[in-house]
Design a protein around this ligand. Structure first.
Ligand code: ADP
Length: 248
């Protein structure tokens, strides 16, 4: 049932990139809504416009057609990419504090906010470490903390765990779930992984091959909190098969 008060409404969104052949249509007629504090995953074949969609939502790319509206006007957006993109010459704490520094926030206040997030993402004791000394999973924890530091209305994640090994990746699912529940954020996350989407999301949007449009909007009615064992239940298997079939 459509939510009467969505935080985000996307209507008939179209994106075309200029090329020598009349333009490359990346997205066409994409429409969906997202409710406050909902966790939505976006899956689809490679090149279906998932990253393009996130960039439009983050206002990094203007839509060619259609509209994107946020309840309450200009939202604050947090963005996490596949690579952590940390500043190598700044410590963990200094990386997390950076967005607040750029906003001109008082140093003590900024550091206190960063310390809260360090605790939340499980980086206690690593405040003064350099990015080069962090594992991939820890670097992504820093990236998530940095994205949350300005208390965004919407957190966008573009395959944040794609470069992690399988076990670290699965640990990060539990961590992200916990962080999402603690901070009560609206999350939109792009992933290639069906298991990841089902473990994390309230809803999964499946995009078609290019030009991407929403082929399936699947409610994930699995109970929370979700544990590893849930992935071996018939209910999970049924949803996974449905997603796989739709993506193929
Ligand atoms: P996905 O994230 O689903 O793999 P993308 O959103 O990255 O897909 O890309 C969708 C399509 O748009 C691809 O064919 C890609 O090559 C093209 N594309 C993405 N960004 C640009 C750009 N800046 N200029 C031209 N084409 C682009």
């Amino acid at each position: 049932m459509p939510d009467p008060n969505p935080i985000l409404t996307v209507r008939d969104l179209g994106v075309t990139f200029p090329d020598n052949n009349g333009g490359l249509q990346a997205l066409r007629g994409v429409s969906f809504e997202v409710c406050p504090q909902e966790f939505v995953c976006v899956v689809g074949p490679s090149g279906s416009g998932k990253s393009t969609l996130l960039r439009v939502l983050a206002r990094l790319l203007p839509p060619v057609r259609g509209e994107v509206t946020f309840a309450g006007g200009e939202p604050r957006i947090g963005f996490v990419f596949q690579q952590s993109n940390l500043m190598p010459w700044r410590s963990v704490l200094e990386n997390i504090v950076l967005p607040l520094e750029l906003q001109g926030m008082d140093r003590d206040e900024a550091q206190a906010a960063a310390q809260d997030l360090i605790d939340l993402v499980g980086l206690q004791g690593f405040e003064s470490n350099w990015p080069r000394d962090l594992s991939g999973g820890m670097a992504q924890r820093v990236a998530i903390a940095r994205a949350l530091i300005h208390d965004p209305d919407i957190l966008l994640l573009d395959e944040p765990f794609a470069s992690l090994d399988a076990l670290t990746r699965e640990r990060m699912w539990t961590e992200l779930s916990r962080i999402w529940q603690a901070r009560q954020k609206t999350v939109i996350m792009v992933t290639h992984s069906i298991s990841e989407a089902l473990f994390l999301a309230d809803r999964v949007l499946v995009l078609t091959a290019r030009p991407g449009r929403v082929k399936l909007d699947l409610a994930v009615d699995l109970p929370r909190p979700r544990a590893d064992e849930m992935r071996y239940t018939p209910q999970f298997g049924k949803l996974a098969r449905q997603l796989k079939k739709t993506i193929e």
